[in-house]
Design a protein around this ligand. Structure first.
Ligand code: AMP
Ligand code: ZN
Length: 462
């Protein structure tokens, strides 16, 4: 059975065939680096990583491009309000450039902790200003733009099918002008270039044919995806919130320049929700990967949790779900670690697993196949080799795991360090006391020849 993927453009699941025989072009909208990523954002990157791994499982080479938005993403999608980077700068007192560096680096740490494969290209908006200006200039020549006192805007009335991706009812949107649209001619029009305010200097601004200012948020993705993948490539991804505005606008821009809808498949990951509701960076109520690590949850257990829900369904996150995922991964690791190496994969199980992941990335069913394999009576070496094969898609790094390799929260590491010192100084009473303190904090200590091994107390059952 061939690989089939759900395409938001056509609203169908259809067979995937690459445009170019050499590689699959995959562009994923990346983070806006004015703050840490929350685990909702990270769910989307896990989905995209699984997609990439499934493509590789099908024998395709993948050219994966991820952008980093470090300018131009305004607080409101309606082209109003402050640039998120400048807002972040005002909040912390650092420069917008320093903030971009700091949060991009933090993002890379999360990326690696979740075992996401490195993209072929990371591209930053601020490194591609010339490409964005050239793009806007051509849109202007083609008659798709107009100017106001605060910027250059894309005229969405020039395209009959504007908003098709989102099945937007454009006439209705225009009629119900409840949102303030400033000098824009209609609610769906969007900024391509914004002018710096006349009475203030922005930290991030550039000269352009239209005046000093900065690019709108959407143009970076049309310009950079074109640079690295061309104006017609295989798959474009992002979170479901991007369908109505960001991706509709990317399509409008590229269509106005090249006549293509940018990507053959448009794929969107659904949201991770907290029990309390939506998680948002701006509201400040977000859970980071580090928050989970500090609670004794392994980042790869969070990855496992993401795999338990189909990417096109909402995933509810709470402490119980995180603990359950951690326990399941722990159990899998401990069973796997007991199996001998040097087996060969079982073709029947591999085919069943592949059939599930090929059906629009049905990872929950693929995990069910995995657990059936774990419990079946095939020789242990065969089961290990088969699980290794699955792990190319799951990305749980089972072969790398050694008992005792948990992500240790900072306060626990501090206590363990004190206990190490006590043991080195033969202060056995103090070492025992610290063992009890660690136990009360939910961590079990095992003394081995190579030092202390720590593991979370309630997550050690086989
Ligand atoms: P941002 O950094 O806000 O530009 O978002 C980065 C990515 O995370 C985008 O693909 C968003 O669509 C996605 N995203 C934002 N919030 C969530 C959420 N709660 N669950 C899943 N994905 C999200
Ligand atoms: Zn984008």
């Amino acid at each position: 059975m061939p690989l089939a993927l759900y395409d938001t453009w056509s609203r169908t699941t259809r067979a995937f065939t690459p445009i170019n025989p050499d590689y699959v072009g995959l562009y994923c909208c990346g983070p806006t680096v004015y703050d840490h990523a929350h685990i909702g954002n990270l769910r989307t990157y896990v989905f995209e990583d699984v997609l990439r791994r499934v493509l590789a499982f099908n024998g395709y080479a993948v050219r994966h491009v991820v952008n980093i938005t470090d300018v131009g993403h305004l607080v409101s999608d309606a082209d109003e309000g402050e640039d998120k980077m400048e807002k972040g700068s005002r909040r912390s007192g650092e420069s917008a450039w320093a903030i971009a560096e700091r949060y991009a680096a933090a993002f890379m740490n999360d990326w690696r902790a979740l075992n996401l494969l490195e993209p072929a290209v990371w591209c930053r908006a601020t490194d591609h200003i010339a490409e964005q200006i050239a793009f806007i200039a051509e849109l202007e020549r083609n008659g798709y733009t107009y100017r106001t006192s605060d910027g250059v805007y894309f005229d969405t009335s020039k395209q009959d099918d504007y908003g098709f991706l989102a099945r937007l009812y454009v006439a209705g949107l225009q009629a119900g002008k409840r949102v303030a649209i400033g000098e824009k001619l209609r609610a769906t029009d969007f900024a391509l270039w914004k002018f710096s305010p006349s009475d203030a200097t922005r930290q991030m601004e550039w000269d352009s044919p239209w005046g000093r200012g900065f690019p709108g948020w959407h143009i970076e993705c049309s310009a950079m995806s074109e640079k690295y993948l061309g104006p017609w490539f295989d798959i474009h991804c992002g979170g479901e919130d991007h369908i109505a505005v960001h991706h509709s606008n990317e399509i409008a821009q590229t269509q106005a320049r090249h006549g293509t809808r940018l990507a053959n498949f448009w794929m969107h990951g659904h949201f991770l929700m907290l029990d309390a509701g939506k998680m948002s960076k701006s509201a400040g109520d977000f859970v980071r990967l580090q928050t989970l690590i500090d609670r004794g949850i392994d980042p790869l257990a969070y990855r496992y949790l993401c795999l338990t829900a189909h990417y096109r369904s909402t995933l509810r996150f709470n402490a119980d779900a995180a603990d359950a995922a951690h326990a399941a991964l722990d159990r899998l690791r401990r069973i796997y670690a007991q199996w001998p190496e040097a087996g060969t994969p079982d073709a029947h199980f591999v085919a069943r697993f592949k059939a599930e992941v090929d059906q629009d990335l049905n990872l929950p069913r693929a995990l069910a196949v995995l657990w059936e394999l774990v419990k079946c009576d095939l020789p242990a070496a065969t089961r290990r080799a088969t699980v290794d094969c699955f792990d190319a898609v799951l990305g749980l790094r089972l072969a790398d795991w050694k008992a005792g390799t948990y992500a240790i929260p900072a306060d626990i590491a501090l206590l363990a360090g004190q206990r190490d010192k006590a043991r080195a100084g033969k202060e056995w009473g103090e070492a025992d006391r610290l063992r009890e303190v660690l136990k009360a904090a939910g961590w079990h200590v095992e003394d081995s020849a190579s030092g202390q091994l720590l593991r979370p107390l309630d997550k050690t059952r086989l």
